[in-house]
Design a binder for this molecule. Structure first.
Ligand code: ASP
Length: 435
């Protein structure tokens, strides 16, 4: 009897809808976290004892990132004409740049309305430790795209150099495949088949990992809420609100608007992108979510791998609309909180540096907070030890996990919207998935 019950529960777990399970994990995790937050002494032991379950989910996802990117990119680039790849590349870059710039503006407008930090009059006290990493210059960012050693980049998990190498490798295979020398052409075909099979295998593994997602999600979210939930319900509530309202506006106006413009259903999009959005929310990492993003694109949104294998890893690395909104909101907050509200010119500067900073932000938890330093620097708000700006910055860092969840979710959503639209314009989208 007990045996049967156990089997029933397991059956339910594996047979019920994955998204429903993930959402249950999310909601329960948030509730448990908030309740624990009221008993501060219980938070640390809880996290110490359950950290394993959240970390396991993140490690499983990380394990699969590099193989997924590499194999699907090589296979993708080998099966698409170089001219088409170039066209898709230009289109997606234009989309990524424009939406990011627009996102900073959305953040600035939202903060102008809610005025987070006004009347705080922070004076210097806190110091900021450990986040003084200098942001890279544009030239450095561009040059770093070309790997000096692709194997090293693979080992270090650097996405952009691997995209570069994967595309070059894939194009190489497509030439070998078409070689006049028959034996060479045959080996090219075989190599492509092997790479294709490897990519397929990786997708199967992602599917397996996702079965664990609801449990991982539950623990990850409960940890964040237990540690930070209460803090945001204080003076920092306005920052959190300004960011989240900015994010919501961007999703509805920009993504909803663009999809509708290209005659794609916004509702169907949200349904298809759901798993990736929730995973991004809880892992706070665009790169970590990449395997799930690619799976959603292919399985739910009808995006062919030849395009998604290129545009999605690229987006996970350079397209960060959520981070852009966050940068706009936080720059405004720090200005208000330290009694030096931003002038219009400073806001214009934030649009430019915020867009560039979001491009340079790595798709890992907390990366946006480092780029915020660059944006603040560009408008003369220096985070120097003991200064008021440093104190305000430290306050934001205190709730970074909460801010990071929303912005990462938007970062990933933007990549899928852009890729869907570009595929539609290339007549490559499987529209049956959108019916
Ligand atoms: N965590 C974000 C991401 O992975 C980056 C950020 O910190 O803004 O997309």
């Amino acid at each position: 009897m007990a045996e049967q019950k156990k089997k029933g529960a397991l059956d339910w777990y594996f047979k019920s809808n994955l998204l429903t399970r993930i959402l249950i994990g999310l909601v329960l995790g948030a509730i448990v976290g908030i309740i624990l937050g009221f008993f501060p002494s219980s938070v640390k032991p809880y996290i110490d004892n359950t950290k394993f379950f959240g970390d396991l989910f993140i490690r499983l996802l990380k394990m699969i990132i590099m193989p997924v990117i590499l194999f699907s990119l090589i296979a993708g680039a080998a099966s698409i004409a170089p001219s088409k790849l170039g066209r898709v590349g230009v289109k997606i870059m234009v989309y990524y740049l424009l939406t990011s710039a627009f996102a900073v503006i959305v953040g600035l407008i939202s903060a102008n309305i809610f005025k987070p930090g006004i009347g705080f009059n922070i004076v210097g006290e806190a110091s900021v430790k450990g986040l003084q990493a200098a942001p890279p210059t544009i030239i450095q960012i561009l040059l770093n795209i070309v790997p000096t050693n692709p194997f090293e980049s693979l080992m270090k998990g650097d996405v952009l150099p691997i995209i570069f190498f994967g595309v070059v490798f894939g194009i190489g295979i497509s030439y070998i495949k078409d070689s006049k020398q028959q034996s060479l052409a045959k080996s090219g075909e075989t190599l492509l088949e092997v790479v294709n099979a490897a990519a397929e295998t990786m997708y199967k593994v992602v599917g397996g990992i996702m079965q664990y997602a609801p449990i991982g999600v539950f623990f990850l979210i409960s940890h964040v809420f237990a540690q930070q939930g209460a803090k945001a319900i204080g003076p920092l509530l306005m920052v959190t609100l300004s960011e989240y309202i900015g994010l919501a506006v961007h999703v509805v106006l920009v993504y909803g608007g663009l999809l509708t413009l290209y005659k794609l259903s916004f509702r169907k999009f949200l349904k298809g992108a759901n798993e990736a959005m929730v995973t991004a929310f809880v892992t706070r990492s665009s790169s970590g979510t990449l395997p799930v993003t690619m799976r959603c694109g292919e399985e739910n949104l009808g995006i062919p791998r030849s395009i998604s294998s290129f545009t999605l890893p690229l987006g996970a690395t350079i397209n960060m609309d959520g981070t852009a909104i966050y940068l706009g909101v936080c720059a405004m907050f720090i200005g208000y909180a330290t009694n030096q509200p931003l002038s219009f010119n400073q806001m214009l500067t934030v649009v430019i540096t915020g867009t560039l900073a979001s491009i340079g932000t790595a798709g890992v938890p907390g990366a946006g907070a480092i780029m915020l330093l660059m944006v603040l620097e560009s408008i003369g708000l220096k985070v120097e030890t003991g200064s008021a700006v440093a104190a305000a910055y430290a306050m934001i860092l205190g709730i970074d996990a909460l801010l990071d969840m929303g912005r990462t979710c938007l970062n990933v959503t933007g990549d899928l919207v852009g890729t869907s639209i570009i595929c539609k314009t290339e007549k490559e989208l499987d529209l049956s998935k959108w019916k």
